[in-house]
Design a protein around this ligand. Structure first.
Ligand code: NAD
Length: 348
């Protein structure tokens, strides 16, 4: 059977990516909607054949408890609302898929994990890159040491934004600027591909003075992460730069490069292997899949087979612990240590 989803928040991501992807899924389907805009919800319900009695507002959200046609609640709201809607959703007895960043602090993540454990429901964070074939392939090649021992990672995720009134530029709703929104991809993907955890970070932060986009949240964060194996990752993110979404892993016998690494599609994986004094470059072509569909079908399978999700709440917690260290380092102008915690999802 297909696992049945309620989507909470009908903004850009939900309408343009998640809901269409649900209709291409093999193990998941859309059965309910939650929004504070009745006109928008009616239009979406008509378009996708959702019953009127399966349409909820934020006030009637808790009544999902009595809806036997919903197994999973997918939270696609501004970041600072994730905690409340995850906890209310868990209390309604539903499994929870939560958009990234998981919350606006590590403390909030802990409360969300505890609420889901208490309610005995599964919690997954929507880290779609970890379900994307090119990124998974690169991770396997690093793990197998096909190009030798990794030494450096360089990762960048930047884009330009134009609307200072958007919630992404309000600290109370976003929790931060470029770092938790898009820099998070550099952080989470580096941890994923290396399969180990940073022990220390060193960061710089900058916002162009007088730019109304950055009166509340930061524009640029650049940081280094030091890993136990000796790998150093150089990561950067900026809200005021032409789109650049890439990373490269430099190893002793070659490199692996991912262009459009964090985009919804168009990933390009190129490798170079030392070949005597020459190098052999190759593009590794793989079929594209819908990342959102793959991520939701993974969660559905976990529910059907009672398995732990690949990116559980503890994965979100670990990223928030590291992001807090990044901000601390930038503020204090010195490296910040990351202490391993038993309650977070850690590699290695
Ligand atoms: P959006 O602004 O397009 O949509 C947000 C939705 O939340 C809207 O429907 C809005 O009406 C609703 N909302 C409810 N209360 C609100 C409030 N107080 N203020 C503002 N909006 C409110 O945002 P989005 O781009 O769809 O992002 C939603 C979430 O998805 C965020 O957590 C974001 O980080 C995440 N996201 C993830 C990806 C990804 O690739 N995984 C991509 C984009 C966004």
């Amino acid at each position: 059977r297909r696992v049945r989803y309620a989507v909470v928040g009908l903004g850009h991501l939900a309408l343009e990516e998640i809901i269409p992807a649900l209709f291409a899924c093999k193990k998941s389907k859309l059965t309910a909607l939650v929004s504070d805009s009745p006109e928008k919800m009616q239009k979406v319900a008509r378009q996708y054949g959702i019953k009127a009695e399966n349409c909820y507002t934020y006030q009637t959200y808790d009544k999902l408890k009595d809806n036997m046609e919903v197994d999973v609640i997918y939270i696609v709201l501004p970041n600072s609302l994730h905690k409340e809607y995850v906890i209310r959703g868990a209390k309604a007895g539903k499994h929870i898929l939560c958009e990234k960043p998981m919350a606006i602090s590590a403390k909030e993540c802990e409360e969300m994990i505890a609420a889901c454990n208490k309610a005995n429901v599964k919690l997954m964070v929507a880290y779609r890159i970890q379900y994307q074939p090119h990124n998974r392939k690169l991770r396997d090649l690093v793990k197998d040491k096909t190009f030798g021992v990794p030494k450096f990672v360089e990762a960048c995720n930047s884009q330009s934004s134009a609307n200072p009134a958007h919630w992404r530029h309000k600290i109370a709703l976003a929790g931060g600027g470029a770092l938790p929104d898009i820099g998070l991809y550099c952080l989470n993907t580096t941890r994923f591909i290396l399969g180990e955890e940073p022990t220390e970070v060193f960061a710089y932060q900058y916002s162009t003075p007088g730019n109304p986009l950055f009166t509340e949240v930061e524009e640029l964060v650049s940081w280094q992460m030091r890993f136990p194996s000796g790998v150093i990752a150089n990561c950067s993110t900026d809200y005021n730069v032409h789109e650049s979404r890439r990373y490269r892993v430099m190893c002793d016998r070659g490199w692996l490069n991912m262009d459009k690494a964090y985009a919804y599609k168009g990933q390009k994986l190129t490798t170079a292997k030392a070949d005597g004094k020459m190098e052999k470059q190759e593009e590794i072509g793989l079929a594209e899949i819908n990342q959102f569909g793959a991520e939701m079908d993974h969660f559905s399978e976990c529910i059907l087979k009672n398995k732990r999700p690949f990116t559980p709440g503890e994965e979100g917690l670990q990223d928030h612990i590291i992001m807090e260290a990044i901000y601390k380092s930038a503020k204090e102008g010195k490296p910040a240590k990351i202490v391993k915690r038993a309650d977070a999802n850690t590699h290695g």
